[in-house]
Design a protein around this ligand. Structure first.
Ligand SMILES: Nc1nc2c(ncn2[C@@H]2O[C@H](COP(=O)(O)OP(=O)(O)OP(=O)(O)O)[C@@H](O)[C@H]2O)c(=O)[nH]1
Ligand SMILES: [Mg+2]
Ligand SMILES: [Zn+2]
Ligand SMILES: [Zn+2]
Length: 1594
């Protein structure tokens, strides 16, 4: 009830003090009023540990949800969220829980059908106890915040034109604090009448402005709303604004619980226009909440600081009067009373007024005087006071008065004071900014600019002239070193020493310091800069004043001094120190700087990425800071990047500041230089939504219009900046200010270029267009036509850009980036609502920015590509910037993230490919076994015709191959679906790898079919032989049986010799009866000739002629030596640099050798099998030759070369195959086979005759003759894949790049010239040997090999025993059937020799059961024997006999496509079989490939990766010996990609080698040693190794 009355008392609650007792009693504990409120707001934890900026700015769930406030604990956050976005509705933070429940009850009413109006509701007021007064919330938040937050809050409040706390009360301690520090950052700009003519203005830090202050206080009860009247007083007629919270505002009537005694301040600032300005001079207005009777200290303070104090009252009497008269300092007091108030007493007033001597200054509201009239009176009085009073004071000066009165001052804290002293120590020394910078910050400025030029020149080689490129580069390097030396020669300046010391201080002190620095520096340069900026802006409107603009721009650059300059200096100090030796104390002292900066970054301070003055990134410094940052946060923290681009001074920084509550430098005129990055934390609860841990915001310098850009080549600068920024971002905001849309068009061109480039390097950022200063609500609708137009323009620009960058496949804007005209455009109304300086920020602006913010966070959450972690961001930035420094970005971009992703893909693909190959190998081997067993007892095929069987196997093979191809394709698809590992970066390679899968399948199919056909052909021949042998054996067996019968019949005791004699006789007789026709051998040469002729038939008559000139029999006897007579004749007149006669011969010979090598290897493998010849062999060889020739078309060869090479190989192969064939026929000759077994037959005969038990003997025989060889074969088949499997787990074999890296690293560590020669001259041979060594090394130590052997042996034994057991259950007792059953069971794993089996079967009378038992024993023994046998053999021997040769297999996998750089012969490092663009990671000086200068015969030091950016030219047969610029090498070698060096150190490896072995190389090829550039000589082994690591991204 008491409340109701209070509310009834008009505007009383606003002025009520102490509604409740001092404290509330809860459960025995005394809880103070303050604690109680904080508990309600749920912020009591921050009363001790203050709220920090980091906490407030971090992005959490609340950031993007618009849920209405549910409870009081939401209120502070809701207020802060809105305030940080400078939303003028921030103070309207009514807790909505009640209205919610109202709605609900309403709903339920509706449902129940009741339409009765609940009349009582209209009079029931919500329980105001639960509602909190905004002033309480503000007071509580100020009490709970640290200095920086307080400052930020005050700043944002003042932007909203809210009053800010001047004296902050603490109702618990009854202390109050002067909020000097909190207000320090407020800077206001205004134009007093005196300047309105000159259009000048005053820009000043408000706490330093000497202004008259008018205070408003209340004495006792008052029915006039002081605050409301003040609001009216300060608002002009067009626009009302609530500067102060008053009772008629949302929740303004809730009782104040802690904010009495709060004194607020605001400023009225004129704009120089008489009709608008309320006061022509600036005035500060203070407002004390509460009764001065209760807050005497505050009142005294106001009296001593104000030009006038207005006292509002209802009833004045004597007792109160003393309060007014007691003041020491006689400030002017005005009385404001309300005659309409019940308790107003004219008499009492009169008495008091007389007593106080007040006659004029009494203003009384009467019935005829409404609020407006009252305000008029007040304004008049104030104007008088302001015009006449000498009482002017800065807030800073008020601190002294505060001290006298025992009021605390927030700046008194020791941290703040120390920081202040430290900052002043630096800034007080500054007289002239330009001179200060030259004296104290020497390392930036000219030196750094010069360094930048050198760095860029190193990548552009514009001024190389006729100099040797490597010499020139070396020169540049020395110049750079010199400049670094100069930087190092300076002592650390006093200012920098102080600066670094100060920022090394702990905790909040350094924040205060940085803030002090920032403010002090701002103060220093403000006047000058404001002027310059104004001038700049004026001049920019008219681009004819080019020279003037340029001059102003230079002056701006010279006279600007911010903290960024100190950090910039720190960066230079650090970078320069890196050129000192590692142990130099000067260097070591500076090691901690990056960490310092990283900490600041983590605390939300911006880091300068691009130095806009020098147009460069101090790469080492920035990346070391980022590395440190990466170390500071827990590992794998992901970041997403939001950037802004747009025309200068279009409110980009303002937009970011509004959006994220940050503090990028904002000002009119040219302000942001370069680019700054800033880190914002993502709260746990949002990490799932946004998929990252930090958001990086990058603010950039505005792009200039082309006219302006022409001035100082800044076109380049803008382009570089835009490319970098777009390249770094996940979302790019393109800021378009409506008024200068033509300017925008030019700038968009730059942006489109940047996007296009990014697409080419695999990044597709999202883009949002923000149109500023569009206030119409229907903007989006109305502008749909404009958007279409914009898209059309963008499309045109894309096409134009695509043409320039030679990437014409990009046709529309959406090809290069993610953009939708419907969702990618935002319209934002103007920033100010009304006329600055008195205009608050437009609520529409804040709201629109908020919508954009939500959308951007949403977009980030939808990023398909995985976010970078910090070190990846660093990598990406480094490579972007390096590429930017080149002239041709796309072609220079080399990024280790892309390379990494590519390597991972290669590694994966290699794995899949190997799986496929292994599977096919197993399958083909098994099919071969089945074919070998065709027509034998072990045959399970079910076919009677081997050709039919072959066909069925072929279709089976096709099915298997298809399944695997599909699987491979699926793997590729699946791989690209994942979001981790940046696979989107290698999206461009997807097609290639998919093609590789198909071509792999084709290749596998071809070889599989060939192998099957060969096996079938051979088997076909064997079937006839087997038949003959079987018959022969049968005849002998018959004869032996007959002999036994005969001997038995004789019935006499026969001795061993007699039996033997009988056997002999019988043997000879039988053999005579058998007819042994001589097995005919075929002439392999004829067959090979035939195929060779067919192969060459389409190569024209000259080929045939050449072919018939030489008989194949005579070919391939001696090693191949090619003498290129024809070709030399052709090119005689034109001596070439690259392909001189000698070089050509060497190249051709090398190619021939390589082909011969591959074919020899093939022949050897076939011969090793000791089988018959098949025509598929020669077909395969011709195929190999064809492929290899095809693959190496850079070596110009003629038909003579081809014919003679083919003849050579075919001749050699035919000879080998002929011998193999003859050996085979010999080995399989039936007569010989029979003779071989004669003794065995004889022994068996004797055994049978004596009826000896044969079981054990036969079992042993079966095991040793039949099973054992088959098992050994099986094992040797299986070991190859095992070894490869094992080797592939080694890092160096995982992909081609790692392999190359390991080989080169090994070379370096061996440090043997001979090795280098063989690496360069006979690469394949060297590499093969190297692989072999690796295998041997890997298997020499461990017992891995015997493990594998054991494993396979074990599986065989199990298989055999299984077959025995199964056969035992067979019906027949017949031993022969028993053995057949066993063989059949083993038929698809083991190939049992038919000869051995035939011999075993003869005269076999063993008992099945017994035999089986003995057989198991024998098999056991065999296993043991084999194990020992394996152990005695050394690994290399085994390796030789494997069916699948691991070393060749690995070689084929890792040698890549075999292409070599057309200039330096470094081999291609691309992975996958189907790649279309070749690249080498590391190019080498051409002299290493025997290239020399024609005149001097000196070896050439040029490296192709440098040449491609120079103006040098080359000529070769491919250019028809015309000179052609290296820059356009792609015209000639389309399928090569030779990116320029990423740095001067990129090729250190080969430079080091060449410098070291210069003389050796020269001697080797009888040339004169090269002139080694001097920088090469300084390269150390470690540096060489480092460059290797960098080149291969290991
Ligand atoms: N009238 C008006 N002024 C604006 C608006 N947005 C920003 N400003 C003012 O324009 C000035 C320049 O704003 P900045 O945010 O520094 O602009 P910027 O694009 O970052 O400028 P540079 O970094 O120099 O390219 C500031 O004084 C802002 O207050 C707007 O929408 N309307
Ligand atoms: Mg800016
Ligand atoms: Zn090369
Ligand atoms: Zn290649």
């Amino acid at each position: 009830m008491e409340n109701r009355e209070t509310r009834g008392h008009y505007s009383g609650s606003d002025e009520m003090d102490d509604l409740k007792g001092q404290s509330v009693e809860t459960s025995g504990n005394k809880v103070t009023k303050l604690e109680n409120l904080m508990k309600d707001l749920d912020i009591e934890q921050y009363y001790g540990e203050k709220l920090t900026l980091g906490r407030i700015l971090e992005i959490d769930q609340k950031t993007i949800t618009d849920q209405p406030v549910k409870s009081n604990s939401d209120l502070p956050w809701c207020f802060l969220k809105k305030l940080m976005m400078v939303n003028v509705t921030a103070r309207n933070v009514k807790s909505l829980c009640e209205s919610d429940s109202d709605d609900e009850s309403q709903d339920s009413n509706d449902q129940s059908g009741s339409t009765d109006l609940d009349f009582d509701d209209l009079f029931e007021s919500p329980n105001t106890d639960d509602m909190l007064n905004p002033l309480d919330i503000i007071t509580a938040l100020f009490l709970c915040s640290d200095g920086l937050v307080q400052q930020e809050m005050a700043l944002k409040m003042s932007m909203c034109q809210f009053s800010v706390p001047l004296l902050l009360p603490n109702c618990d301690t009854n202390q109050c604090t002067l909020m000097l520090w909190a207000m320090r950052d407020i800077v206001k700009k205004y134009r007093p009448q005196s300047l309105s003519e000159s259009k000048g203005f005053i820009e000043d830090r408000i706490v330093l402005s000497e202004l008259p202050m008018i205070s408003f206080v209340r004495l006792g009860e008052c029915s006039l709303s002081k605050s409301e009247i003040l609001n009216k007083l300060l608002s002009n007629s067009q626009q009302h604004h609530d500067t102060f919270v008053h009772h008629n505002m949302e929740c303004g009537d809730s009782p104040r619980r802690i904010s009495n005694g709060l004194t607020e301040i605001t400023w009225y600032l004129p704009c120089g226009k008489a009709n608008i300005d309320i006061f022509s001079q600036p005035v500060a207005v203070a407002n004390l909440r509460g009764d001065i009777a209760s807050f005497e200290t505050q009142y005294s303070f106001l009296c001593q600081t104000s030009a006038a104090v207005f006292v509002f009252f209802d009833y004045l009497d004597f007792s109160k009067c003393s309060l007014l008269s007691n003041q020491k300092h006689k400030t002017k007091v005005c009385l404001v009373g309300n005659y309409e108030s019940k308790c107003f007493s004219k008499d009492a007033l009169k008495e008091v007024a007389t007593k106080l001597g007040l006659t004029k200054n009494i203003i009384i509201k009467t019935k005829s005087k409404n609020d407006a009239d009252l305000v008029k009176d007040l304004r008049k009085t104030i104007t008088d006071v302001v015009n006449n009073s000498k009482m002017k004071m800065t807030i800073e000066q008020m601190a002294d008065i505060a001290h006298e009165l025992g009021i605390l001052v927030d700046e008194d804290s020791p941290e703040c004071q120390t920081a202040k002293t430290n900052a002043e120590a630096i800034t007080e020394e500054i007289q002239d900014i330009h001179i200060f910078k030259e004296d104290q910050l020497q390392r930036q400025g000219e030196i750094w600019k010069e360094l930048t030029c050198l760095e860029k020149e190193e990548f552009r080689l514009k001024k190389v002239g006729s100099k040797n490129i490597e010499d020139y580069k070396s020169e540049l390097q020395l110049k750079k070193e010199k400049l670094r030396k100069r930087q190092n020669s300076y002592d650390m300046s006093i200012a920098m020493t102080c600066f670094i010391n100060a920022i090394s201080s702990p905790g909040t002190e350094r924040f205060y310091f940085l803030k002090w620095m920032r403010m002090n520096l701002d103060n220093l340069s403000r006047t000058k800069m404001s002027e310059l900026r104004m001038k700049y802006k004026e001049k920019c409107k008219n681009s004819e004043n080019k020279e003037e603009i340029k001059e102003i721009d230079r002056q701006i650059s010279n006279s600007s001094l911010g903290i960024e300059h100190f950090f910039r200096e720190m960066g230079q100090i650090y970078e320069a120190s890196l050129s000192l030796s590692q142990t130099d104390p000067a260097r070591q002292q500076l090691q901690h700087l990056p960490k310092l900066c990283a900490e600041l970054l983590l605390d939300g301070f911006p880091l300068e990425l691009v130095d806009g003055d020098a147009s460069n990134i101090p790469l080492r410094w920035v990346s070391d800071v980022l590395s440190q940052l990466s170390d500071l946060v827990s590992p794998n923290r992901k970041i997403l990047v939001v950037t802004v681009l747009g025309v200068q001074s279009t409110g980009k920084s303002t937009l970011l500041n509004t959006m994220f509550g940050v503090q990028f430098a904002v000002s009119s005129g040219r302000c942001t230089r370069g680019a700054f990055m800033l880190l914002i934390k993502i709260n746990e609860d949002m990490k799932k939504v946004v998929n990252c841990d930090f958001m990086v915001i990058i603010d950039t310098e505005g792009l200039k219009s082309p006219e302006l850009a022409q001035l100082d080549n800044n076109y380049e600068h803008d382009n570089e900046l835009a490319t970098l920024v777009v390249g770094l971002s996940d979302v790019t905001i393109v800021n378009v200010a409506m008024e200068n849309s033509t300017e925008m068009k030019d700038i968009l061109q730059i942006v489109v270029h940047a996007f296009l480039r990014m697409k080419e390097v695999g990044k597709k950022p999202k883009c949002q267009f923000v149109h500023q200063n569009v206030s119409d609500v229907s903007a989006h609708e109305k502008n749909s036509r404009d958007r279409k137009l914009l898209l059309e323009q963008l499309n045109e620009m894309t096409q134009a850009a695509a043409k320039m960058e030679k990437k014409e496949e990009n046709k529309s804007f959406t090809d290069v980036m993610e953009y939708s005209p419907d969702t990618g455009n935002w319209y934002i109304p103007g920033l100010w609502n009304g006329n600055p300086p008195m205009a608050p920020v437009n609520a529409g602006y804040s709201e629109a920015v908020y919508e954009l913010k939500k959308n951007i966070i949403h977009l980030l959450g939808n990023c398909e590509s995985s976010a970078n972690d910090i070190s990846e961001f660093k990598e990406w930035m480094t490579s972007l910037w390096t590429a930017v420094k080149h002239e041709n970005f796309i072609f220079s971009f080399r990024n280790s993230l892309v390379a990494d992703a590519y390597m991972r893909l290669c590694t994966e693909f290699n794995k899949w490919e190997w799986e496929f190959k292994k599977e096919m190998y197993t399958w083909v081997t098994n099919a071969e076994i089945r074919i070998s067993n065709f027509g034998t007892t072990a045959d399970k095929s079910g076919f009677s015709d081997i050709r039919e069987f072959l066909t069925s196997l072929e279709s089976e093979a096709s099915t298997v191959l298809c399944t695997w191809e599909t699987r491979l394709q699926e793997n590729v698809t699946q791989y690209f679906k994942q979001t981790e590992g940046h696979v989107y970066l290698v999206e461009g390679y997807r097609e290639e790898f998919s093609k590789s899968a198909t071509s792999l399948r084709c290749e596998m199919e071809r070889t599989a079919f060939n192998q099957l056909t060969a096996a079938a052909e051979i088997r076909e021949g064997m079937i006839k032989l087997d038949e003959i042998k079987k018959n022969d054996t049968k005849e002998i067996e018959k004869a032996v049986c007959a002999l036994i019968d005969e001997c038995r019949k004789k019935n006499i005791q026969m001795g061993e010799t007699e039996l033997e004699n009988e056997f002999h006789k019988m043997w000879n007789d039988t053999l005579k009866k058998l007819s042994f026709s001589e097995q005919k051998t075929t002439n392999v040469f004829t067959s090979v000739s035939h195929y060779l002729r067919i192969n060459l038939s389409h190569r024209g008559s000259h080929a045939c002629e050449l072919l018939s000139q030489k008989s194949l029999q005579d070919c391939g006897k001696e090693s191949f030596k090619y003498t290129p007579e024809g070709l030399i004749k052709k090119y005689k007149q034109k001596i070439l640099n690259l392909f001189r006669e000698e070089d050509y011969k060497i190249a051709a010979q090398k190619q021939a050798d390589s082909i011969i090598d591959a074919c020899t290897q093939f022949v050897r493998e076939k011969v090793k099998k000791k089988s018959n010849y098949s025509d598929t062999y020669i077909q395969e060889i011709l195929h190999i030759i064809h492929e290899k020739l095809q693959n190496n078309q850079d070596v110009q060869t003629d038909i003579e070369f081809e014919v003679s090479l083919k003849q050579h190989i075919c001749g050699f192969a035919a000879r080998e195959f002929q011998k193999m064939h003859e050996d085979f026929i010999q080995a399989n000759d039936p007569y010989r086979c029979l003779m071989k077994n004669k003794e065995k037959f004889r022994d068996d005969f004797i055994d049978v005759f004596h009826e000896r038990d044969q079981c054990q003997k036969k079992a042993e025989e079966f095991t040793n003759q039949c099973l054992k060889p088959a098992v050994v074969d099986f094992i040797s088949q299986s070991l190859g894949p095992n070894i490869i499997d094992k080797m592939l787990t080694c890092e160096q074999f995982s992909n081609r790049m790692s392999f190359q890296y390991s080989v080169l690293l090994d070379l370096l560590s061996k440090d043997d010239f001979k090795n280098y020669v063989s690496y360069i001259d006979s690469y394949e041979k060297y590499v093969k040997m190297w692989i072999h060594k690796q295998i041997v090394e890997h298997f020499s130590t461990a017992s891995i090999m015997s493990e594998f052997e054991d494993q396979h042996l074990q599986s065989c034994v199990i298989h055999i025993n299984g077959a025995i057991n199964k056969a035992k259950t067979g019906k027949s007792d017949d031993l022969k059937t028993f053995v057949k059953d066993i063989c059949k069971e083993l038929g698809d794993k083991l190939v049992i020799s038919q000869d051995a089996l035939g011999a075993f079967m003869i005269l076999n009378n063993a008992d099945k059961e017994q035999f089986a038992r003995w057989l198991t024993v024998s098999v056991d023994k065999m296993a043991k024997d084999l194990r020992t046998e394996f152990q005695t053999l050394n690994f290399e021997m085994k390796l030789k006999h494997l069916k699948m040769n691991p070393q060749n297999e690995l070689f084929n996998k890792l040698v890549g496509c075999g292409k070599q750089c057309p200039f330096c012969k470094a081999s291609c490092d691309a992975g996958g079989g189907g790649h279309t663009e070749h690249f080498a990671s590391l190019h080498r000086p051409q002299g290493l490939g025997n290239c020399r200068w024609l005149g001097t015969q000196k070896l050439v030091t040029d490296i192709c990766s440098s040449l491609v950016i120079s103006d040098a030219q080359f000529q070769c047969s491919a250019t028809n010996n015309e000179w052609h610029p290296y820059k356009r090498y792609k015209d000639i070698f389309q399928d090569w990609k030779i990116p320029p060096d990423a740095s001067l150190e990129a090729s250190d490896y080969w430079k080091f080698i060449m410098a070291k072995y210069n003389n050796d190389f020269a001697k080797k090829c009888s040339a004169i040693p090269a002139d080694i550039p001097s920088a090469w000589k300084q390269i150390t082994r470690d540096q060489a190794e480092k460059s290797l690591r960098m080149s291969f991204h290991s």
